[in-house]
Design a protein around this ligand. Structure first.
Ligand SMILES: N[C@@H](CCC(=O)N[C@@H](CS)C(=O)NCC(=O)O)C(=O)O
Length: 215
């Protein structure tokens, strides 16, 4: 049976899940939750995912997973091939470590800029049921953090084909989507980020990326 993924094609977080699913060749059904019209806050969706975010999947026992990392762990355990957390505990830990760092340093920096400046996100400075006002200073800090993130990524990729381990992993997916998401705030790696640019070009060419972006 295909995995039912609560999804929104244009949003970066569910793109991570779709790339993961495509890399594994796991069939899935995309159920669109229209973030443009606020469908994530509807009573119907709140019953499925009280966090009001995408991605989400519901397990057989009715529990909802609404964090990319948890979804990826579940899928890795259920569909082990090809491995996206490497082989063994040390590989898996390195992958999760790198992915979490990118979530904090990359995703959060872009989100700080976008959510604290976009007129469409007025009072929606954080996802979820509660409304939070924008804080312009956070956007300024986000720009500084995002510059630092690009530098950190470039250094981490020097002499390496992939970010965390010797094979393509969940960490590369997280990092690819973070760098791609930065385009939303008009930030791209600079010419001197040669390692980051080489890696980004290689990852962009993977068939899973184009397929997942299309939905
Ligand atoms: N921690 C979540 C983040 C999920 C998230 O923030 N998703 C955004 C879309 S990229 C969302 O659902 N936003 C709803 C909103 O802005 O109200 C993950 O693991 O990916």
């Amino acid at each position: 049976m295909a995995i039912k993924l609560y999804d929104f094609t244009a949003a970066p977080s569910p793109l991570r899940t779709r790339i993961f699913l495509r890399e594994k060749g796991i069939p899935y059904e995309s159920v669109q939750v229209d973030l443009g019209t606020g469908e994530q806050l509807s009573e119907a969706y709140r019953k499925i995912n009280p966090s009001c975010t995408v991605p989400a999947i519901v397990l057989e026992d009715g529990s909802v997973l609404n964090q990319n990392s948890a979804i990826a762990l579940y899928l890795e355990g259920t569909y082990p091939e090809p491995p996206l957390f490497g082989h063994g505990a040390a590989d898996a830990a390195k992958v999760m470590n790198a992915s979490s760092q990118v979530e904090i340093g990359g995703f959060m920096a872009v989100a700080e800029i976008l959510r604290n400046t976009s007129p469409r996100m007025k009072n929606r400075a954080l996802p979820g049921l509660e409304n939070y006002a924008q804080i312009p200073e956070l956007a300024e800090r986000g720009r500084l953090r995002l510059g630092g993130f690009m530098n950190t990524m470039n250094a981490a990729l020097e002499g390496r084909e992939f970010l965390a381990i010797d094979t393509f992993s969940f960490a590369d997916i997280t990092a690819f989507v973070a760098v791609d998401f930065a385009k939303w705030v008009k930030v791209t790696p600079e010419a001197h980020h040669t390692h980051l640019n080489r890696w980004f070009e290689a990852v962009s060419a993977r068939p899973s990326i184009a397929a997942a972006k299309a939905s």
